[in-house]
Design a protein around this ligand. Structure first.
Ligand SMILES: [Zn+2]
Length: 458
């Protein structure tokens, strides 16, 4: 399809941070073919389908470098009990979902992602194969990372950190199958990723196997790093070093790694991450909920690329960007930096670099894939439009997003999601969420739970 979005404002997100006013953008066969004055482009492309962009602003699509879509089933509960959670249930609501229900929550999370301007996300979970088709059908650009660990759970219950070669083989086999089945599908819109879980749950052998898998398929790879004090304590005890040093010692750090969180890294760890130009997923909103902040300025100046992720329970990348600005200014005790343009860059080009797709997406430039979102700027909380990026980062909300395009195709138009039945999914998720959490509480009467669940879904 060929679309000409006319008479609009285009925030390109290019290295010179160019903004086109009263302009048009032409997309054809999935790519951005032209940007320029509306009158010129209308003459040049008479057969393109016209989309009215007056009063709207077009941004590069947001890139979520770290999420677990099904954790939306635990929304409203797990945000407030720390990590690892102080709730002592054997699992969570998410853990009780059956395959069909997992598909419902995958759709629910994708609705929220699309409605907040997300065009690309990296999903990390167990058994993604069960809902990979659903993710593909949303039209989003998706990286699939099958969660792998080789920790012996029976031994772990006795407090012992031992690792199982049998479990490792199964995990690597499942991850390979997912990559074989899905990598490159839908014109390359679906890609594989390699996702060993975390420094305390993954042995040196699984780190090596993960790198081998990533190299074999020429994929990026990711791990949770410096996510909790517990992780740091465990890795120090069993490996004798801090988590980042454990990864460095096992040749795991590289510019193809997406290190998620990095909340508590010290200066020696920052230096190692920078030296290897590691990509970071700065999960600002969940970090704030955990009372923790990644040292973004230091990681950037050390040589890391910064992308952003939503992680658990929410997919709203508009909120993630604003949380990053607020959080980093408080952490630096700085009234001026970062600037809104810096944060937008982390949510777009920074994310593209971190995921290794900066030559394809991340900015609105001729030749790149047509991944974009449009916001209605004629809102009380946004005007006057004197400095558009600042207005949006400081005051914008996800419901300002009206249209989202991925790979040249609309996945939302006029605030209506194209490929998912939004009303039905919300109704289903509300009912399932109540059922699984009630079931969890009922099946574990001895576990303290400081919440009175409502009597019924809304
Ligand atoms: Zn995570």
């Amino acid at each position: 399809m060929e679309y000409l979005i006319r008479d609009s404002t285009v925030v390109t997100g290019s290295p010179d941070r160019l903004i086109w006013y009263k302009s048009a953008i032409l997309t054809k066969n999935g790519t951005i073919q032209d940007i320029g004055e509306t009158i010129l482009l209308e003459e040049k492309y008479p057969s393109a389908t016209r989309i009215e962009g007056e009063g709207k602003v077009i941004f590069p699509g947001l890139i979520n470098c770290h999420t677990h879509l099904l954790a939306t089933a635990d929304k409203g509960i797990l945000e407030d009990f720390g990590f690892p959670t102080t709730l002592k249930f054997p699992t969570t609501g998410r853990g009780l979902l059956d395959q069909e229900e997992r598909n419902v929550f995958a759709k629910l999370a994708c609705i929220e992602a699309i409605k907040s301007g997300t065009t690309t996300l990296l999903e990390i979970s167990d058994d993604i194969e069960e809902y990979a088709q659903t993710l593909d059908a949303t039209g989003l650009r998706v990286f699939l990372g099958e969660n792998m660990n080789d920790i012996d759970n029976a031994k772990l219950r006795e407090g012992l950190y031992e690792y199982s070669s049998h479990k490792r083989e199964i995990a690597v086999g499942k991850a390979s199958d997912l990559i074989n089945n899905w990598h490159g599908k839908s014109n390359g819109r679906i890609k594989g990723f390699v996702a060993p879980h975390a420094t305390e749950t993954v042995s040196p052998q699984l780190l090596r196997a993960s790198r081998d898998l990533a190299e074999k398929y020429e994929l990026g790879y990711t791990i949770h790093l410096s996510q909790s004090y517990e992780e740091i304590e465990v890795v120090k005890r069993i490996r004798g070093v801090l988590p980042t040093h454990y990864l460095f010692d096992n040749e795991f750090l590289s510019n193809r790694l997406v290190a998620a969180h990095c909340r508590y890294v010290n200066s020696s760890e920052i230096a190692l991450l920078g030296k290897k130009n590691t990509g970071i997923s700065h999960n600002s909103a969940i970090g704030a909920r955990r009372g923790a902040a990644a040292p973004v300025a230091e990681l950037l100046s050390a040589g890391c690329s910064i992308g952003m992720g939503s992680d658990n329970m929410a997919e709203d990348m508009v909120e993630v960007m604003r949380a990053a600005l607020f959080h980093e200014r408080v952490r630096r005790n700085d009234e001026i930096n970062p600037q809104p343009e810096d944060v937008l860059e982390w949510g777009t080009m920074g994310g593209a670099k971190t995921l290794g797709i900066a030559d394809e997406v991340g900015s609105l430039e001729i030749g790149k894939k047509a991944d974009l979102f449009m916001i209605d700027f004629k809102k009380a909380h946004l005007v006057p439009s004197l400095r558009i990026v600042s207005s949006f980062i400081h005051n914008g909300i996800s419901s300002d997003v009206t249209d989202v395009m991925v790979d040249g195709e609309w996945v939302m138009q006029n605030s209506s999601i194209k490929n998912i039945d939004e009303t039905k999914v919300i109704q289903q998720a509300e009912e399932i969420g109540h059922r699984v959490w009630n079931q969890l509480v009922k099946e574990n009467p001895d576990v303290p739970f400081p919440i009175n669940l409502p009597p019924a879904p809304l």
